[in-house]
Design a protein. Sequence first.
Length: 117
Amino acid sequence: QVQLVESGGGLVQTGGSLRLSCAASGLTFSFYYMGWFRQAPGKERELVARISRRGSSTYYADSVKGRFTVSRDNAKNTVYLQMNSLKPEDTAVYYCGVRADSVYKYWGQGTQVTVSS
């Protein structure tokens, strides 16, 4: 049974930083691309960042490029999202997901990030 547990969210002021973690179990972690998504109230879930199996390739949404960094530690079955220069529009629930067969099939419960102005 695949389980993803996000942590590291919280309340931060504009310009601040947070580091999210997502610990995975029940799968061979290094076999899968991992993604970070977010969903703000009234909006659809959007892909924020993605990282390849060994971490050699990454993708970022334009809205976070240059501010967020995705990384992974396959020995710890964990993927991270370092978020710097946070803005109020980054406020959302952040989720990690496992990409299998080109779709995201497994999700964590999410962690709330709130950026105050």
